[in-house]
Write a protein that binds this ligand. Structure first.
Ligand SMILES: [Zn+2]
Length: 937
């Protein structure tokens, strides 16, 4: 009977629950294994991609449990941040997409209404994650320890952590330029674009906003290269853009509206007073920054009004864009006239030599553009040329103009910048390298926060210790282990608190701040030790004083009561964490701070032992989405593909360090693979009868199951789930299929092999394993309570494989002949090589495949066949690859034993004969491993 998945899933999950397998209790007589997956941010429904990493964690937890480890596998919710509040606000606003999102999930109006309260949003999703995802996938999580980052006990824990960081001098306060949405507050600008509509790859840049006097007003242009201030020849504006007039710190400035807003957030006094179009500015004049020249304002297509101040100062000697834009105008009299510009005046604008750069002449931008064949200012080559020239100038350029003439550009740059700022010719201005837009639609700006708190990840001592320790950890994949020291080196001080209505723990030293979500999720595996007691009401949040955490985690001070001692003992037993599993997005954010906080706060023996990084499941050609696939609700996917079908899909489709594209047909194949296995087991058991290891195919099966088991076990030890799953679900299937085809029917052996198979399957497809274990094999205990299998203790050599290979090859050869002839054969005869031919093979082997030595020995020892022996030895020597491992075995007996198999497979008579017993011409041609074959039609 085929498996009824929903029934089997419910049944076995109930059994595991009642057996409390997931409940981890201290047991000093057993080794422990502590594993977590990075708890999810509570941001809405999860998709099938998230289940990949969670499944890996459960597969490993189940395997370790079967290896005799006392396994602790807890889970929790990362609820800090703004997600739930944003959802609540959208429900309250009646935002259609948000209401549809819940309606599509089948929620009634009353429930949706209740989500105006964000705590209801959280409660709802906590339940969905636990009940609809993790429990339905059969995870052996210790549900008693479930906790959230918003619990009162957790807040105490985070406050304690920050006090420890302060004690370790890991907290510093300094000015910070934060990405900031004027509506929502601080947002994260990173490639995941969680908070953003676009601009996740933007860099934060520190410009100097230079002033250019225009009568009583100033045109303001942002530059990254203040040292080029002496080479200004004209200005660029985007003719179709709208600029604003604004009072900035008591002066009248002209700049882009975005820049005006940014300056306000960066601490300037800004009031917008009017508008002015780019076109109105074209043809006007302003003074250069140093006040020594008049500059004409010109139109340019390459200027992006949303970057910098939307106005650009032109230095055609050293900036390829400027050179090319000027060239474009100088070639186009008509365009100049359209803008009311005097063509001869534009033509007179000449670059000014300001920097001598090695390998370039006085106008390097010109030389570069001409050499690269730049067509016009929209040419994509210009970006690379700009980078190239900038790097060359910075490293080898020498100032040829201005106050620092003769000094290296790399030295002069900062001095010139300081002078410009001091002389009030410009101000520091922070902007993005490309436009950044918040999810809410507002442009994200950079806000100056003068007293921001940071965790000092640049600390040399902590960084060094973390780097050394990372190389002692088990880290999957190996490339990430190699990468980690660089990541740790590169990791800068990170702002750890934010102001605003963020959900999270209040900063213990100044409660106007809230600890931000990356910083409150570094030491949390420790909290799973405490949450067991908190959830049981044995330790209350009020009990969780600093002294409590000092005692239970650091063994400092005295226990106030017996409960403190118990928590401390639990911590001592379970810690350190053995494996932290998380997606690749954590490689440069969570994992480094996870290691560094442990190093900063805990003694060396408590530092984590392992990290497992899993890559993503994507839609077809991009992120998972409704149009690209994978976005259906997880419970729906379970109904379609079955839990074990999905678990096997994640485990086998690719190595953990590859992205996989969600493809329904492929997932269905895995469900089908599970069903094929179950049905093969049924068929094998139906046929099986009798006992001892008699036939060669029995021995072959024993040998090969042992080989699979060896390879699967080695792979599991190295967390190579894909290789292990391949051996268990495909290799074992092929072997047992062949065994059955070859007429293998040893009931005792079949049961033994299936018992091994079920146990090997169990970590990956536990429902299938339990179902077969109980319904087919009649076992009473749960397969999860069994040990991972050991080898069959029978002595069987690899020669059994030679024999099966012979049977397979003969079958293939006969089929080849039948195919060519195209008729049903009447009878097949095979002739096995004479004994002296095997003797010749033995001689060749003993002489290490040396031709003349072998022939010499053969002519002595096989005298009657001396003449035929020489070409035969030559044949062996030319095919050492095939014959090297071909030990002696009885070819005739092997084929004769398979007579029934051949007759059945070929549908005709079959006969095996020895060369010695036949005068057939095919018999004379037989050689070891290649019997003569006669097919009669
Ligand atoms: Zn926003």
């Amino acid at each position: 009977m085929p498996i009824d998945w929903p029934t089997a899933e419910k049944k076995w999950q109930g059994h595991w629950d009642r057996a409390k397998i997931g409940e981890a209790t201290v047991d000093p007589s057993r080794p422990k294994f502590f594993i977590i997956f990075a708890y999810p941010g509570v941001s809405g429904y999860l998709h099938v991609g998230h289940m990949r990493g969670y499944t890996y964690a459960d597969v490993i937890a189940r395997y370790k449990h079967m290896k005799g480890f006392n396994v602790l596998f807890p889970a929790g919710f990362h609820a800090s941040g703004l997600h739930s509040k944003a959802i609540a606000a959208e429900v309250a606003r009646g935002k259609k997409e948000r209401l549809d999102y819940f309606r599509d999930a089948g929620l009634d109006q009353k429930t949706i209404e209740s989500f105006k309260d964000y705590t209801k949003v959280l409660e709802y999703f906590y339940a969905v994650y636990e009940k609809e995802y993790w429990r339905k996938f059969g995870f052996l999580i210790d549900w008693r320890r479930i906790c959230s980052t918003l619990g009162p006990g957790y807040a105490r824990f985070i406050q304690w952590q920050f006090k420890k960081l302060r004690d370790a001098e890991m907290l510093v306060q300094k000015p910070y330029q934060a990405a900031f949405c004027p509506r929502d507050g601080p947002v994260a600008v990173d490639p995941s674009e969680t908070d953003l509509k676009r601009g996740g790859k933007a860099e934060k840049l520190e410009y100097v906003a230079l002033k250019f006097a225009m009568g009583k007003e100033f045109l303001v242009a942002a530059t990254l290269r203040p040292e080029t201030v002496y080479g200004q020849t004209n200005m660029w504006v985007a003719p179709d853009a709208e600029y604003v007039r604004a009072d900035v710190d008591g002066e009248k400035w002209i700049l882009s509206p975005g820049a005006a807003k940014s300056l306000e957030f960066q601490g300037h006094d800004v009031k917008v007073t009017g508008k002015v179009s780019g076109r109105e500015l074209v043809g006007k004049r302003c003074k250069s920054t140093m006040g020594d020249r008049d500059l004409l304002i010109l139109p340019a297509k390459f200027v992006d009004a949303a970057v910098g101040t939307g106005i650009v100062t032109s230095v055609p000697s050293d900036a390829p864009y400027d050179w090319q834009a000027l060239e474009d105008l100088r070639r186009d009299k008509k365009e100049c006239e359209e803008y009311g510009l005097r063509f001869d005046e534009v033509k007179r604008i000449a670059p000014i030599h300001i920097i001598k750069t090695k390998g370039y002449d006085d106008v390097p931008a010109k030389a570069l553009c001409e050499k690269a064949g730049v067509k016009d200012q929209s040419d994509e080559k210009l970006e690379a040329l700009t980078q190239e020239l900038y790097a060359a100038t910075f490293h080898s350029g020498v100032m040829a103009a201005g106050a620092y003439s003769g000094q290296k550009v790399s030295d002069a740059k900062e001095k010139i910048k300081a002078d410009l700022l001091r002389e009030k010719r410009g101000v520091v201005f922070f902007g993005f390298s490309e436009p950044v837009v918040c999810r809410c639609g507002e442009d994200v700006v950079i806000k100056n926060i003068p007293d921001q708190w940071f965790i000092k990840y640049s600390d040399l001592d902590v960084t060094q210790k973390a780097k050394v320790h990372s190389q002692e950890m088990t880290i999957i994949p190996a490339e990430y282990k190699e990468e980690l020291p660089r990541v740790l080196d590169w990791f800068e001080d990170r702002p750890c608190v934010r102001m605003g209505s963020w959900l999270g723990t209040k900063f213990p030293f100044d409660e106007k701040w809230v600890v931000e979500p990356i910083s409150d999720s570094t030491l949390y595996p420790m909290y799973y030790i405490v949450s067991l007691y908190e959830n049981a009401g044995l330790v209350t949040p009020d009990d969780m004083t600093d002294k409590f955490f000092d005692y239970v985690f650091l063994k400092k001070g005295e226990a106030r009561n017996e409960m403190w001692e118990r928590v401390a003992m639990d911590f001592e037993y379970w810690y350190p964490l053995d494996l932290n599993l998380g997606g690749k997005e954590h490689k440069t954010v969570h994992f480094p701070v996870f290691i560094m906080n442990h190093v900063a706060v805990l003694p060396g023996e408590q530092w984590p032992r392992g990290i497992f990084v899993n890559w993503w499941v994507t839609g077809r050609g991009g992120k998972i989405s409704k149009s690209k696939g994978g976005a259906e609700p997880i419970p729906g996917a379970i109904e379609k593909f079955s839990v074990d079908g999905m678990r096997l899909y994640y485990s086998h489709i690719a190595s953990g360090s590859q992205d996989i594209e969600w493809d329904e047909d492929v997932v269905f194949n895995y469900k089908a693979a599970c069903e094929r296995i179950y049905s093969l087991m049924e068929q094998l058991l139906e046929k099986g009868r009798g006992g001892h290891l008699e036939s060669s195919v029995d021995q072959w099966l024993v040998f090969n199951v042992n080989q699979r088991l060896l390879r699967a076990s080695a792979a599991m030890e190295g967390y190579d789930l894909r290789t292990a799953a391949d051996e268990v679900f495909y290799g074992m299937h092929r072997d047992l299929q062949w065994y059955k085809r070859r007429g293998g029917a040893n009931r005792h052996l079949i049961e033994e092999a299936l018992r091994v198979w079920c146990r090997m399957m169990n970590p990956f497809t536990p429902h299938l394993a339990e179902e077969a274990w109980h319904s087919l094999l009649g076992e009473a205990r749960l397969v999860q309570m069994e040990f991972w299998p050991g080898l069959f203790k029978t002595e069987v050599s690899g020669a059994v494989n030679l024999r099966e290979k012979l049977v397979e090859n003969v079958l293939e050869d006969v089929r080849g002949i039948v195919k060519i002839v195209g008729k049903q054969p009447r009878k097949v005869s095979v002739f096995t090589a004479a004994a002296w031919k095997w003797k010749a093979l033995e001689i060749a082997r003993k002489n290490e495949w040396n031709f003349s030595n072998s022939v010499k020995q053969a002519s002595n020892e096989i005298r009657q066949h001396a003449k035929e022996a020489a070409p035969l030895v030559k044949f062996f020597v030319s095919r050492t690859g095939e014959y090297r491992d071909a030990g002696q075995f009885d070819e005739f007996a092997t084929l004769a034993e398979a007579t029934e198999f051949f007759s059945q497979e070929l549908g005709c008579g079959f006969e095996a004969r020895r060369e010695e017993d036949s005068g057939h011409e095919k018999a004379r041609k037989a050689v070891p491993l290649k019997p003569g074959i006669q097919v009669d039609f």
